[in-house]
Design a protein around this ligand. Structure first.
Ligand code: HEC
Ligand code: HEC
Ligand code: HEC
Length: 132
């Protein structure tokens, strides 16, 4: 085989290997993942931990149900155009309602619905917001 052809095959093979991560599924955060305070929001409760592995039975897209304004499919809940209303307690854009709303998409809403089947799901305030 000609040396130049060999080299271009090596380069092509390398390009394939390097391109793979672009198409692979995103890395799911470790179970120690803790929410960060949205910019400019004064927090009154302790920050919440969210363990992805405990939610493996739920489809990614059920929670990550909308791309953010930058086109990121797995952005933060408070991303612009998502649950970015930091003061309202209700409504689609309400940050608070995303987690406590009375519907199966919110943390509490789904946990209440699953309580009979999975008694370990946290529904009390200090189970998610532990007191220091
Ligand atoms: C299933 C988990 C869960 C439960 C139970 C829960 N919350 Fe939350 N709460 C969250 C998440 C997630 C956030 C947003 C991220 C964060 O604050 O760490 C949040 C944010 C908040 C905020 C806005 C941020 C702040 O610190 O001021 C308040 C207020 C709040 N929760 C109050 C409550 C109260 C009161 C209860 C009990 C009625 C409660 N939560 C129960 C998950 C929960
Ligand atoms: C039960 C709901 C739920 C499911 C199911 C879920 N996630 Fe998440 N994911 C979250 C929440 C809540 C956050 C934290 C968002 C925040 O900090 O505002 C998060 C954060 C992330 C982040 C980090 C985002 C960042 O900017 O740091 C990635 C990446 C991610 N999830 C990928 C996935 C993938 C891939 C799947 C499916 C295998 C998945 N998630 C399933 C709720 C979920
Ligand atoms: C669509 C349903 C659904 C949503 C939405 C959901 N959860 Fe869960 N969650 C579950 C189920 C089901 C389990 C129990 C998994 C098991 O034990 O097999 C669970 C378990 C947990 C646990 C582990 C409890 C333990 O110690 O075993 C935590 C913590 C938790 N969820 C936090 C959250 C937070 C915070 C949110 C919102 C950001 C959230 N969940 C949203 C269904 C949901």
């Amino acid at each position: 085989m000609k040396r130049s052809l060999f080299m271009s095959l090596v380069v092509a093979a390398l390009a394939c290997v390097l391109a793979v991560p672009l198409y692979a599924a995103p890395k799911v955060p470790a179970d120690a993942y803790t929410f960060k305070a949205p910019e400019g929001m004064k927090m009154t409760k302790s920050l919440v931990k969210f363990p992805h592995t405990k939610h493996a039975a739920v489809k990614c897209a059920d929670c990550h149900h909308k791309k953010d304004a930058k086109g990121n499919e797995y952005g933060k809940c408070d991303a612009k155009g998502c649950h970015d209303n930091l003061t309202a307690k209700q409504g689609k854009d309400s940050y608070y309602a995303a987690f406590h709303g009375n519907n199966v998409k919110s943390c509490i809403g789904c946990h209440k619905a699953k309580k009979a089947e999975k008694p370990n799901v946290p529904t009390a305030c200090d189970k998610c917001h532990p007191k220091a």
